[in-house]
Design a protein around this ligand. Sequence first.
Ligand code: ASP
Ligand code: MG
Length: 465
Amino acid sequence: MATLVMKFGGSLTADTRRIHRVAQVIMAEALAWDHMIVVISAMAGATDMLNRAVELAAARDTGYRALVAKLRQQHIDVIEALFENEGSRRDLIAYVDRLLFDVLALCDNVLTHREAAPRDRDSAMSAGERIMVHLLAALVRQEGLEVAPVDAATLIMTDERHLNANPLIDLIDERVDQVIRPLFDAGIVPLVTGFIGVSRRGAITTLGRGGSDYTATILAASLHADEVWMWTSVDGVMSADPALVPGARVIPTLSYSEVGELSYFGAQILHPRAVEPLLADGIPLRVRNPFNLDHAGTLIQTENSQTDTEVKTEVKAVTAVDGIYLSTSGNSVDLSEVLGQVHRIVGRTATGPVMVIQSHQHFMLVMVVPTTEGPTAAENAAQRLMAGLGIEHWEIRVVKVIAAMGMASQGSNSELNIGSVQPIASVVGPDNRRLLAVAPADVQAVVRHLHKLTDQMAYTPIHRK
Ligand code: ASP
Ligand code: MG
C-alpha cells in the first residue's frame, strides 16, 4: 500500500490562483496513491498577524481589532472568489468569524491582564491553519474528492513547551491509529492542520514557526509513509535565498544531515527538526513547486542512497539566519557563567553559541536565533539581554549569521573574498562550514559574494550539459 504525505506551505495558500493549484495537485495525487494525507499551513502572513494581535493587546494597544479585521477580510476575499455556492460561502465565513471572534475575546482578555502567556499566543496562532484546512476541504470536496478536515489538536500530542513544543511520538502513534487509519480505510483523504499540537492537559501548543513541515514528517513516520512531498513556491531547496541572489540554483539532492544543517542555519525551506522523524525508516522527502511540475525539485534522503553519481555530495549553499553578537573587553570572563546568564535571560530563543572567541582581554560570542522563533525574536532577545546584562559591560548587537557550506577547503588558507564588507566575526567550523557574522545591512552583499564562489565549484558536470 503506497502512502504519500504532502504539505503545502503558506506561500501557496496566499491567493485564489495558488489555492486553486493546491486543490488540483491534491485531486491528481489522490488518484495516484493508495493512501494520502495532506498537511496545510495558514495563509502567508496570517500567523504573524495573529501573533502580533496578541502582542498589541499585551501592550494595551487596541490596534489588534483592526489587524484581526484585516485578516478576516483577506480570508473573506478568497472565499468569495473561490466559492459560487451561497451555502458554502456562508458556512465558511461563519467558521472564520467564529475562530476570529475567539481570537478577539482572547486579546480583550490579554489587554485587561496586560500579559500574554505563550499559551495565549499558541491559541491565537492556531486559527490560521484551522481556517485554511476548512477552506481547502470545502474546495476539493466541491470537486468531488472525499476529504475530512482533521484538527491536529486531536493528533499531535506534545509536551507543555508552548511556541516550540516537542512531539510525544508514542501518544501520536496511538492517535494516528484512532483518527487517521479509519479515514484511510474508508477511502477518505485527511486534510490536517499543520503547526498545531495539543498538550496532555488539553492546551493548544505549536511546533515552532514553520512547524507544518514537522507535522508532515511526524505523520509520515507514524504512518510509515513511502514519501513526503513539501510543496512550496520555489523549485526546491536553493543554493541561496533567491531574494538575495538572483542566480541561486536548485540543489538536486541532499542528505538528511545536510538539509538539517542548512535549515538550522536559516534556509527557510524546512523546519530545522523536520528531517528527524524520517531518519528511522529513511523516508525520502521531496521539495517541489506546484507551478513547475516538470521540475524534479530537491530529493532529500539517506546519504548512501544517492544514485545520481554526477552530483557531488558536498553541499554548496549559502544561508543566512538571525543571530546575536555579544562582546566585552577589559575584564576576564567566565564562559559558563556568561552562558548561564544568557540562558536565564533569553531561554532557548538563542541556541548554544556557534562562535566563541576568547583571549586574555577580549571575549565575544555569537548565537543563532532559529527560524522557529519567529521574525522578531532576535530583536526582542537583544533588548532583553541589554537590560539584563547591562550595556556598560557588554556590546550586544543583532547580526546575520551567514553559513557557507563546504567552502573551507577553498578558503582556509586565504581570507574569503567578501568584497568591501568587514565581517564582525568569522570562523571555519566542522564539515567545511564557514560561518560569518555580519551587520544585517551587509547580508545581501556577502551572500552574493559567497554564492559566486559556489558557482565555480558546484554541480559542474550537470550544468555543462
Ligand atoms: N503557519 C505557521 C507559520 O507561519 C506554520 C508554517 O507555516 O509552517 O510559522
Ligand atoms: Mg515553511
